[in-house]
Write a protein that binds this ligand. Structure first.
Ligand code: AMP
Ligand code: MG
Length: 323
């Protein structure tokens, strides 16, 4: 067991930073292009990787953003914002060199433990003030074994979101800013009319029409459907608030799935008794670096309905390959 408190703290700090960026750029419906994502993404990753460098200095890190890109691709104005926000959050003077060092901490290292970081997953949701998460997955010997997922938009009664974590095969949820830890389990529903299915909001991420064909092929047309951004979909299934999330292999693109979009989610769902596989029913393979190069698509479920979904997906993919 490792003490995840420093990562909880970093996730909360990152969410505060993200909220400050949203207030600065996006409040009042104003859309600030992609700059808000840039500033919040680098800021959040710097906070998470800083915490890892301080508390788990020998662990490897696989994270979405890189120091070299921060130096070369980010405008001076955006850099100044990241520096100011991090200095305010940490209560210390932060320099560009600090940020680059944190962003790249653990990059390219080999270790028994690897942290897999998505500083803002669901960037479209973040920009549109919908849902996004801050995610840190933990691979042990390249298998998903732990997770911390901050979901500021999770629909809790206090409307302040939830913080999820998993370790040693057990999954928990707590109020985002701390409070009573609750052990969570995937639901045991399997009656189609009782099921809750999740899919991406963005049509460019998942064709809604293909998803509907899969639901029909799996006999799940009576299930409730909700569109939701980000890895919060994994958290919903782990918490027993939904039963299915699927991502089909793309028809017209070879764009791979990236490990940071899935590592934390898979660890959380598995610890909660759910199941995550590719469309062939194989486990997701995190041994291939930044991408899930050995897998086609992703199916996440409470486990009970997994077999019928695999069959439905297989039918639809077979139809598509004949068309
Ligand atoms: P979403 O679940 O739509 O919020 O997307 C979450 C993350 O998954 C983002 O980082 C997207 O870039 C990535 N993503 C979405 N759709 C796909 C896809 N079909 N293949 C690979 N990555 C995707
Ligand atoms: Mg992502």
């Amino acid at each position: 067991m490792i003490d995840l408190q420093p990562i909880f703290q970093a996730v909360r700090q990152a969410a505060e930073l993200c909220r400050a960026v949203q207030e600065m750029h996006l409040a009042g419906g104003e859309k600030g292009g992609h700059e808000p994502v840039t500033v919040a993404d680098y800021g959040a990753q710097a906070l998470l990787c800083r915490a890892i460098s301080l508390h788990f200095p020998d662990d490897a890190v696989l994270a979405e953003e890189q120091g070299g890109q921060f130096v070369e691709l980010v405008s001076d104005g955006e850099k100044a914002q990241v520096i100011r926000l991090l200095s305010e959050t940490l209560g210390q003077r932060v320099t560009e060199a600090d940020i680059v060092r944190w962003l790249d901490h653990g990059y390219g290292c080999e270790a028994e433990r690897t942290w897999v970081i998505d500083p803002i997953d669901g960037t479209r949701g973040f920009l549109a003030l919908r849902n996004y998460v801050i995610a840190a997955g933990l691979l042990v010997d390249k298998r998903p074994a732990g997770a911390v997922i901050g979901a500021p938009g999770y629909p809790t009664p206090d409307r302040r979101g939830a913080l999820f974590h998993a370790q040693s095969g057990v999954a928990y949820m707590q109020p985002f800013y701390g409070g009573v830890l609750k052990r969570i389990r995937a639901s045991d529903r399997d009656e189609p009319a009782s099921l809750r299915v999740l899919e991406s909001v963005e049509k460019s991420h998942a064709s809604h029409e293909r998803m509907e064909r899969v639901r029909r092929a799996a006999g799940l047309e009576d299930a409730a459907l909700e569109r939701l951004d980000s890895m919060e979909k994994y958290a919903r299934i782990a918490a027993g608030d939904a039963e299915l999330y699927l991502r089909l292999p793309r028809l017209f693109s070879q764009r791979p799935h990236m490990v940071w979009d899935h590592a934390a989610g898979v660890a959380l769902v598995q610890a909660a008794g759910g199941l995550a596989t590719d469309v062939d029913g194989s486990p997701l393979d995190f041994t291939q670096g930044r991408t899930l190069a050995n897998n086609r698509g992703v199916i996440v479920s409470n486990g009970r309905i997994h077999a019928r979904v695999l069959e439905g997906v297989a039918k639809v993919l077979a139809e598509e390959s004949q068309a």
